[in-house]
Design a protein. Sequence first.
Length: 189
Amino acid sequence: MQGLAMKLTLLRVFLIPLFILAFYCSPAVLGKWSALIIYTVACVSDYLDGYLARKMQEESLLGAFLDPVADKLMVAVVMIVVLQSRPEWWLMLSTVVIIGREIWISALREWMSAQNARGIVAVSNVGKWKTTLQMIALGFLIYQEDFIGLPIWLIGKTLMIVAVILTIWSMWIYNRAAYIYFIANNPKE
């Protein structure tokens, strides 16, 4: 039987098509609110699943695998949907950097795991800040319209640019750690 943490992770995956339907198939403003609510539930579930897995001792190898996959799928889908709705150069560049980084770091972690050194590229604080800021920025970019006088799109754009800087920084940290490990364990003869 799956624990609550695993159910929350799976919920995040199942919310992806609902997000897409809400964003595209609902009336303009209502659809954006619906999509934002679905996205917010996914973000909250991302926080809760890890917390609950540790607190309720439900940590599992499957959960450790599925959690980041669910996160990356949601982020990639939301970024592509938002980009499609507002094709701007900075958003295209942000989307490529963030999705490209996720693919690269996932591959790096897989490779390091094969070297029995996955801990070398474990999640860092910069990576956590990047994810948090990225999630908040995407919330603003989903809604897009000004709200009670606040320039929602501009706020989202600013937060996303900072998130991209953190994305590049965290990628540098992980790559540097892997490089140092590689050099230390493969000295030239």
